[in-house]
Each structure stands twice: as C-alpha cells, then as structure tokens.
Design a protein around this ligand. Structure first.
Ligand SMILES: [Zn+2]
Length: 242
C-alpha cells in the first residue's frame, strides 16, 4: 500500500517551485510523516518573491523566509531554498545538478514535487528539474560532493496551477495533518488575502473531497512515475536477491 511506503520512509523531500507550493502539495502529509518520526524537508527552489503589490522583491523574499520557517516548524519539518529567481527558475543541467546535490545530501526515500501539466513555467521547470535531479543523484559514475543515492519513490502532488492531465494515482490519508496544515498555511500572507485566489478554501475543500474518495476525513492525491521509470531508476540500485 502506498501509505506504508510513504510513512515507512526515514526521510522525505518535498520540492516546490516557490515557498508555499510544497506546503500545498504535501503539507498535511508532511505533518503526518513528521509526527511518525520521519525527517521531512521542504526545498523551495525560489522564495516566490515576485508579485507582492506593495513590497519590493527583496523585502518580500525576507518576509517569505520568515513565513516558510514558521510554516515548516508548525509541520514539524525542516526547510531550505536554492534562492533561484522567482519567474526565472532555470530549467537546465546546472540547476538539475543543484537539486541532485540536495538529494544526495539528504538521502530521501521519498521525493515529492509538482506535476508537469502546469500553466506556470516555474512549476513545469520544478517538475522536470526534480525528475532529472533524481536521475543524476542515482548515477554512480557521476562524481559530486556526496555519493550516489537513489530515492525509492518519486511522486507528483496536486496543485491548483498544475491541473492539466492530473489524474490521481494514489490517495493518501492525511486526516491528522489537516488542522496543523491550516495553521501552517496561514503563516503566509498569500493565504491571508494577498492573493485573490482563495487558497485555504480551495485546498481545504480539495483535501476533504479526496478524503471522501479515500474513505477518510482528509486525503491528498498524488501521481506516480511510469513502470519503466521505476524499473529504470532501479537499475542503479544494488542487485536484489532472487
Ligand atoms: Zn508556485
């Protein structure tokens, strides 16, 4: 069962394009995992510092760092950022190698990121960079600071901007993470009226809707990789006994 695989992990890495994305894609899941003793880390590729109506990008980035730290702490998670520029997240080899280095350093059994079907270019890039980062992290002949490491599960979470072709493969019970998630999300001004999009309403209803289908109060939806990807990624693991 997918929940055994996720909550049986030692470490989980959640990669979002902008601070606040990871908390929507897998915030309730992060709390449930952390409360079971799993080390959960949010990697924000950019701080998402563009678009504030009053603040400069540098001031808003500073505010978002505080919001990200507060949100992560409420979810029992760690966080870090690679500080790429919002709206200009490069989708190239160097950036994928930076993601690879984080994966090799943290050694997560489970990696969660954006689904690629998004109107937002940074979200499409984050999805691709994570996929390539996992691939590079597993390559034993690719020399970096840390040795090769292969996560055993790569998942794509549900985000309102990434809805093109998103069809849930898995529904994961995250009921006990719902209230902590609401509190964590509310630390961001984005969820408190900065944006015209009603984030808390949307995600609260979404997690409840997924819960109705999962048979629990709340659930989060994820898509998986293809069988060929899973087999291909496994090529770099030590041979399994017959
Ligand atoms: Zn975003």
């Amino acid at each position: 069962m997918i929940e055994q695989q996720i909550f049986g992990a030692e470490r989980i890495l959640i990669v979002g394009a902008h601070a606040f994305d990871g908390e929507m894609i897998a915030g309730p899941l992060a709390f449930v995992a952390a409360s079971r003793g799993i080390e959960v880390t949010f990697l924000h590729l950019t701080m998402g510092e563009q678009g504030h109506r009053c603040l400069s990008t540098s001031l808003y980035a500073e505010q978002k760092r505080k919001e990200a730290a507060d949100a992560a702490s409420r979810l029992g998670a760690k966080w870090l950022t690679l500080d790429f520029p919002d709206a200009f997240l490069p989708n190239d080899e160097q950036t994928a190698l930076a993601v690879c280095d984080v994966i090799r350093r943290i050694r997560p059994n489970v990696v969660i990121t954006h689904w690629h079907g998004s109107w937002h270019k940074d979200h499409r890039a984050a999805s691709e960079l994570t996929k390539t980062g996992v691939f590079y992290a597993a390559l034993p002949t690719l020399e970096r600071e840390s040795p090769a490491f292969s996560p055993s599960l790569l998942l794509f979470g549900e985000n309102w901007e990434d809805d093109e072709g998103f069809t849930p493969t898995y529904l994961v019970d995250v009921s006990s993470g719902f209230e902590p998630w609401r509190e964590a999300a509310s630390t961001y001004e984005l969820a408190r009226g900065l944006s015209s999009f009603p984030y808390l309403d949307y995600y609260s209803a979404l997690y409840r809707l997924r819960g109705c289908l999962r048979g629990t109060m709340y659930a989060q939806a994820f898509m998986g990789m293809s069988h060929s990807w899973n087999a291909g990624a496994g090529l770099f693991l030590p041979p399994q006994p017959a």
